[in-house]
Design a protein around this ligand. Structure first.
Ligand code: CTP
Length: 423
């Protein structure tokens, strides 16, 4: 007898989280059906409501259906005032259905005066909106101006409205699309996004990256610096954000623009970088899931900073040689590695870099051990400064892996290892 075949294809939204936002309109009842369609397609559905939405459908209906409490309060103490950010980190897609004329106006202005509007501003993934209102409201020049602004911004996908009867029996353009049509737009949007979109395996993680040189001032016009351009660290920050992480980038002076969705903190000297790291990592290093120290931190700084520009000696006077006294900077990464070891924590995952002129793997291994970190990315000084490609060796306790690729691909290889340690 031939074995029975069974379709084992995953439902179209398996593993996806959709934030389903309702604003105040009669069409809100149709969003209950939309919730069902999303759930049947395998999605996790997080219901979100504005205050006026709950005048049209009961919270219990949605929370019961979605098996999650409805979120409707920006100030929910569970999220410490950051409900919109937590939600944005979790949601693969935000859908606002129905979207009132008032919500369209607030979206067009970029306002954040309730949880739905704030979520739309901070969302990472696509946003689908399904307008629903009386045809005269839709046709009003103000609404049309708002819709034109939103279309030009290109951040949202508008689905509908369509012509049909609206709440009071009037017929015209303003009726919300049927749930099946909104559902189809959601599936299509996510499918398009997935083709060519990076993994989001760092969603919900906080990755801290340092990049660039530190410069150590001698006087108001002179400094000691190094040749780091910051490209490697910026590539790591950009790749981590694309993979869903919240990213803090502590950058020395570089000529690079801030990658999308990255919070940048500019610093100058090693001591400033140390203070910035103390702030983001917190006293018990609880503030981050991973730290990638791509910065070329100066090992020494001038013993004294001269407030006035130093003058060279007059001609004929003694002193054609100049000695500058330097003092050692703290080793930021080694100190963090030691604190983590003392606290017996596995996090943050720590990644250091090593630029060497010889014996790359041996020196990288030594740094791995001495600084008590998880990975050291070594490269030879002959490669790497300023280019877009690089040749590195990623050294961990379990071995050394050579890699010749673009800085972005190297960044992803480093993040693969971080993600698997965090999993
Ligand atoms: N690092 C640091 N603080 C310093 C110096 C370096 O955190 N004061 C970090 C860098 O960000 C990098 C790694 O440590 O991740 C580099 O190691 P390091 O021992 O400083 O390399 P070198 O300066 O090249 O050291 P050495 O001269 O001993 O080879």
């Amino acid at each position: 007898m031939a074995p029975m075949s069974r379709t084992s294809e995953a439902p179209p939204l398996a593993g996806r989280t959709i934030a389903l936002c309702l604003t105040g309109g009669i069409a809100a009842y149709k969003s209950v059906l939309l919730a069902r369609l999303l759930l049947q397609a395998g999605a996790t559905v997080q219901p979100v409501m504005t205050a006026s939405a709950s005048r049209f459908v009961g919270k219990v209906t949605l929370s019961g259906l979605c098996a999650r409490p409805v979120l409707d309060d920006m100030w929910d103490p569970k999220f410490g005032g950051e409900a919109h950010v937590s939600l944005a980190d979790e949601a693969d897609l935000v859908v606002i259905a129905p979207t009132t004329a008032d919500m369209l106006a607030r979206l067009a202005q970029g306002r954040a005066d309730d949880l739905v509007a704030a979520l739309a501003l901070v969302a990472r993934g696509p946003i689908v909106v399904a307008p629903a209102m009386h045809p005269r409201m839709w046709a009003h020049p103000s609404t049309q101006r708002n819709v034109a602004t939103l279309r030009a911004d290109g951040r949202l996908r508008l689905v509908g409205p369509v012509v049909g009867p609206v709440a009071n029996g009037d017929v015209g353009l303003g009726r919300m699309c049927e749930p099946e049509e909104i559902f189809a737009a959601i599936v299509e949007t996510l499918t398009l996004e997935t083709q060519g979109a990076p993994r989001r395996d760092l969603a919900g993680r906080h990755v801290v990256v340092t990049a660039g040189p530190t410069v150590e001032d001698l006087d108001p016009v002179r400094f000691l610096g190094n040749r780091s351009t910051g490209k490697m660290g910026f590539a790591v920050a950009e790749a981590a954000a694309a993979r869903g992480a919240r990213v803090s980038l502590v950058a020395g002076p570089v000529a690079l623009s801030t990658p999308r969705d990255v919070a940048r903190i500019d610093v100058r000297s090693a001591l400033e970088m140390q203070r910035a790291l103390d702030d983001v990592l917190g006293p018990a290093l609880e503030g981050a899931d991973a730290l990638v120290m791509a910065a070329a931190v100066a090992d020494y700084r001038p013993a004294a900073f001269q407030a006035e520009k130093a003058k060279k000696p007059r001609e004929g006077q003694a002193g054609d040689a100049l000695t500058i006294e330097l003092v050692q900077n703290p080793d930021l990464l080694a100190a963090i590695g030691a604190r983590r070891a003392q606290a017996q924590r596995a996090r943050p995952v720590l990644v250091g870099f090593a630029v060497e002129t010889r014996d790359l793997v041996a020196y990288a291994r030594k740094k791995l051990h001495d600084k008590r970190v998880d990975l050291v990315v070594g490269n030879l000084a002959a490669h790497g400064f300023g280019g877009d490609d690089d040749e590195v060796v990623i050294v961990g306790a379990d071995g050394a892996e050579p890699l010749r690729a673009s800085k972005r691909a190297i960044a992803d290889a480093i993040l693969d290892r971080i993600a698997s340690r965090l999993a």
